[in-house]
Design a protein around this ligand. Structure first.
Ligand code: SAM
Length: 244
């Protein structure tokens, strides 16, 4: 079967496997590749995402698909009295993150925990976090609705859900964006990380992810309230927020 974008549809097991391989393969080069592919702009998106989180200074926060810690470290720099749990299915990504945290003088590692876990079946109790973040991670999960349901479960009543993810770009820019994504990114993947296919997969996963409105509806369907979104860079990404 193929999607309306013409890509081959992968089955669920195959997808989970591929995601595992992709991130195990790229863990050491992940930060470098992000800088190269987005020309550094992912840093600005992430800065803005964390700056805009309306949190108490001592919030208990969970960053799912937290990878090498980009969101968690920013959150701790902004809220030094917070406690942040970084959860990711891939141990390699967390290992790189832990190493970075120890090198970073601005971060108090006693306020950080690293936990291996699946966003679809989180190893945490109900009603335990003030905020749940997920940045460039949810589109890699097999059952996006299940991930949001789990976010709802682990959030305290009134807790904040915030998701930063690639989204649907403004139609006027679409052709140029597609050309860049499909022609340039996999080649960069090959040159910098010797991995053409992983980066081809990453581009395809962006196209498969629901657009801003459909994703808002999915979030509402899990029981989260006050769902809003904001486009970044003409919709290349969007921040979706909601409350339990
Ligand atoms: N949040 C980080 C950031 O913004 O740079 C990392 C994002 S990285 C593109 C995606 C991460 O999602 C990877 O570290 C991958 O291991 C993780 N991931 C994929 N499937 C997952 C799942 N089911 N549960 C938890 N993490 C998952």
């Amino acid at each position: 079967a193929s999607t309306h974008f013409g890509f081959e549809q992968v089955n669920e097991e195959e997808k989970a496997d591929r995601v595992r391989q992709v991130f195990t393969g790229v863990a050491d080069k992940y930060d470098l590749m992000n800088d190269a592919m987005s020309m550094g702009i992912h840093r600005l998106w992430k800065d803005y995402f964390v700056q805009s989180l309306p949190l108490r200074s001592n919030a208990k926060m969970l960053d799912v698909a937290g990878g090498t810690g980009d969101i968690s470290f920013r959150a701790l720099r902004r809220f030094p009295r917070a406690h942040v749990t970084v959860c990711d299915i891939n141990e390699e990504m967390l290992r790189v993150g832990e190493h970075k945290a120890h090198e970073d003088k601005m971060i108090d590692c006693s306020r950080l925990s690293f936990v291996v876990g699946d966003g679809e079946k989180l190893p945490f109790e109900d009603n335990s976090f003030d905020a749940y973040t997920i940045s460039f991670g949810i589109r890699n999960c097999t059952h996006v609705d299940q991930v949001v349901r789990e976010a709802h479960r682990v959030l305290k009543p009134g807790g904040l859900f915030a998701c930063l993810e690639f989204s649907q770009i403004h139609p006027a820019l679409r052709q140029m964006y597609d050309l860049y994504s499909f022609q340039v990114i996999p080649v960069m993947g090959e040159v910098l990380a010797k991995d053409y296919n992983s980066y081809k997969y990453l581009v395809e996963s962006i196209r498969r992810f629901p657009n801003q409105t459909d994703f808002s509806e999915l979030i509402s369907s899990t029981g989260l309230k006050d769902v809003r979104y904001e486009n970044l860079s003409f919709g290349i990404c969007a921040i979706h927020t909601a409350r339990k």
